[in-house]
Design a protein around this ligand. Structure first.
Ligand code: URP
Ligand code: ZN
Ligand code: ZN
Length: 492
């Protein structure tokens, strides 16, 4: 068999195990795995002494997002170039409707942001911000190839907030159509109250940006996760908690999964490597993100959750703001544009602090960064694993070689990094996207605009909608809401 590209002699991580050998690529797909593949006429990429891992899926990014009175500074050009340097080959962003806009218009708007700019493949979660209007549009979006939706339990001032009725009703629809609802879980009314209590000139002078963590105790996230889980349990709708940052959240998810509730949790790499002591720094305001960084005990609990399984995915929640944008806070922590750059360092941070420091195996890292996100977001087996028939999305990384994180040498538009000065292994020496080399010798060489939109037909851990239906039938007792429905049908 002949190949267009042969990646030779790497330590290749596959679902069937890790082997030293070759990958044969024909066109955009992996077409052979083995030893001593025929290299006649092929472009040979030497991977000896390197790990060859599946391209990373960052399933939580915000590129060019209008937010907090400004627009996030990484767009599809800089954001996806940054991702590629860290081995990211797929991103999923959030399409948010405008003030009067439909779900479909939101998807069109985000398509326009990505088209002609994205270096890697992409799709979007569709945000439901006005349930009354948007609920009738959900099925149409699934038919259009968008199977994941998002609701925010906070951000009233942005016009994005959903209430319990919306969460409950959307989860019912997720169950009906086989989609999945992603939820930003924080308890808005309690949060508002705590912010109001501290929002005085005296407090702001005394505590500065430390008020950001001070006004968001862990119960703000825990209560909201508990509530969202309750609605998932009642409806049987597939729920995915985004950017989980607390140990309490992990406990709730573990208990819920033990009861058979269809809930999945994601954390972000910043919650695994930073804690809220950064707010003691003079430039602590730069680290304000939402939810905010937590305590060392939460960091430990999230790593434990990754190992035990209640935390399925690591993402970034990339939402980049420059120093100038962050300076908008002017001493008032409620005005800090919330979010940080992340795409470029997702895999290097996970590899260095997870794999090299013995918290995860290399295979577990690939599960959390590639295979699980692909499966959960309905992109598997096309994405997420090195196997025959899959897209040739790959990252080749040196096991030990490090680079120093420095904004001046990075692709992100950020002029700062939360990890500045850190020595990280795991930057991608070579990244391939559908067989194209897009990073070569640590430099981006791919052409902007080559990335493609990825339509989907399924979401959630149960696989396709049809399989999901069959699984639900065999899952045993009905969710409370289905039981009530069944009783009503019988009575009529
Ligand atoms: O700080 C963050 N995470 N900004 C983006 C918006 C969100 O809540 O994900
Ligand atoms: Zn969020
Ligand atoms: Zn986010």
């Amino acid at each position: 068999m002949s190949f267009d590209v042969v990646i030779r002699g790497g330590s290749v991580v596959t679902p069937a195990g890790t082997f030293i050998g070759d990958i044969g690529i024909k066109g955009e797909k992996i077409s052979a795995l083995g030893e001593d593949l025929d290299t006649t006429g092929a472009n040979i990429i030497d991977a000896s002494g390197h790990h060859v891992i599946p391209g990373v899926l960052d399933v939580h990014v915000h590129l060019e997002l209008p937010f907090c009175g400004t627009v996030s500074a990484d767009d599809y050009r800089s954001g996806t170039r940054a991702g590629a340097r860290g081995g990211v080959t797929t991103v999923i962003d959030f399409a948010i409707p405008s003030a009067n806009g439909s779900l479909s218009e939101a998807a069109d708007t985000w398509m326009q942001k990505a088209e002609g700019k994205s270096l890697i493949d992409y799709t979007f979660h569709i945000c439901i911000t006005r349930y009354n209007e948007h609920k009738a549009q959900i099925k149409g979006m699934i038919d259009r190839g968008f199977t994941t939706f998002k609701e925010f339990m906070i951000y009233e001032s942005e016009g994005w907030q959903s209430d319990d009725r919306a969460l409950f009703g959307t989860l019912e629809k997720m169950r009906e159509y086989g989609g999945m609802l992603l939820v930003h879980a924080e308890s808005s009314r309690v949060l508002d109250e705590l912010i109001a209590r501290y929002h005085t000139p005296e407090m702001m002078k005394k505590y500065g940006a430390r008020l950001h963590p001070m006004t968001r105790p862990n119960f703000v996230e825990a209560e909201a996760i508990q509530r969202a889980v309750q609605w998932s349990e009642a409806t049987g709708g597939q729920l995915y908690i985004v950017h989980m940052s607390t140990g309490e959240g992990a406990d709730i998810i573990r208990a819920a999964q033990g009861r058979g509730v269809p809930v999945i949790a994601e954390t972000c790499v910043q919650y695994l490597v930073l804690d809220d002591s950064v707010f003691e720094r003079e430039d602590g305001h730069l680290f304000a993100c939402c939810p905010q960084l937590k305590k060392p005990k939460d960091v430990d609990r999230l790593w434990q959750g990754l190992r035990r399984g209640e935390v399925s995915v690591i993402s970034t929640d990339t939402c980049t703001f420059t120093r100038e944008q962050k300076a908008m806070w002017n001493g008032d922590w409620t005005k800090i544009p919330m979010g940080m750059p992340g795409l470029e360092t997702l895999m290097p941070l996970t590899y260095t602090t997870g794999v090299l420091q013995g918290r995860l195996t290399l295979e577990e890292m690939c599960t959390k960064l590639s295979t699980n996100p692909a499966k959960i977001m309905g992109l598997y087996p096309r994405k997420g694993a090195i196997q025959i028939g899959a897209d040739a999305d790959l990252a080749i990384i040196h096991p030990q070689s490090t680079l120093t994180v420095s904004p001046s040498t990075m692709e992100t538009n950020a002029d700062w990094s939360p990890f500045e000065g850190w020595q990280l292994a795991g930057f991608s020496r070579t990244t391939l996207s559908r067989g194209d080399v897009i990073v070569d010798n640590y430099k981006v060489v791919g052409k902007e605009g080559r990335g493609r939109w990825l339509p989907r037909t399924s979401a959630g851990l149960e696989g396709s909608a049809a399989e999901a239906k069959a699984a639900r039938v065999s899952r045993g007792p009905l969710s409370p809401m289905r039981a009530i429905d069944a009783e009503l049908v019988q009575a009529s």
